[in-house]
Design a protein around this ligand. Structure first.
Ligand code: ADP
Length: 179
């Protein structure tokens, strides 16, 4: 599914983020940048050990929740990986929505700072961190739409949803947004 916002494209696909041919992919990391399961494990396995070497050297203190840091893409097709730290869902009353927005916004800023024309996101926080998928779709698509309409960059933002349920949730929200 593809929607145009000004000169920019926002695309939804179902698949594996490690296989995307884009300038940057986003990782759903933890605040210690310590590696983990889920999409984080898949990205580190596919990219090789340079990613962990870079995060240890450049970001020994990790990354705060709601922010993101950049490394190279290692063995991936992508030139960069942006390690974003989304919030753990604790009922929605601990600022989770703003923290998730801020993690996405920081990645979009990093894409612009690194002259990336295309960037791919997973559904940050919706796995082990427990953020409800429908709300995650609303939160992440709204902040991306606003960024693309105001900053007019990057050219392409792709959301890579791992399963059909997540893809359906994102598609319903984007459909409503494009009307
Ligand atoms: P978090 O700790 O931020 O919740 P997870 O990795 O547990 O991170 O899950 C985030 C989302 O990434 C989930 O929706 C999960 O289904 C999805 N996911 C897992 N592996 C991949 C992958 N290879 N490509 C894209 N998305 C993935």
């Amino acid at each position: 599914m593809l929607v145009q916002f000004g000169a920019c494209r926002l695309e939804l696909v179902q698949g594996d983020i490690t296989r995307q041919s884009v300038d940057a992919i986003v990782n759903a990391a933890n605040s210690k940048l310590a590696g983990g399961g889920g999409v984080d494990g898949a990205i580190h396995r596919a990219a090789g050990s340079t990613l962990m070497d870079e995060t240890r050297q450049q970001y020994p203190d990790g990354c705060p929740t709601g922010s993101a840091v950049a490394t190279s893409g290692g063995l991936l097709k992508a030139k960069f990986v942006f390690h974003a730290v989304g919030p753990i869902w604790r009922g929605g009353v601990f600022g989770e929505i703003d923290l998730l927005k801020s993690a996405y916004r920081r990645c979009l800023e990093l894409a612009v700072e690194h002259s990336c024309r295309s960037v791919a996101f997973p559904a940050i926080s919706t796995g082990v961190y427990g953020y409800p998928i429908d709300l995650a779709a609303e939160t992440s698509l709204a902040v991306t739409r606003e960024f693309l309409l105001t900053q007019k960059k990057p050219d392409l933002v792709r959301f890579v949803l791992f399963d059909g349920g997540a893809f359906g949730a994102y598609a319903r929200v984007l459909d409503a947004m494009a009307d």
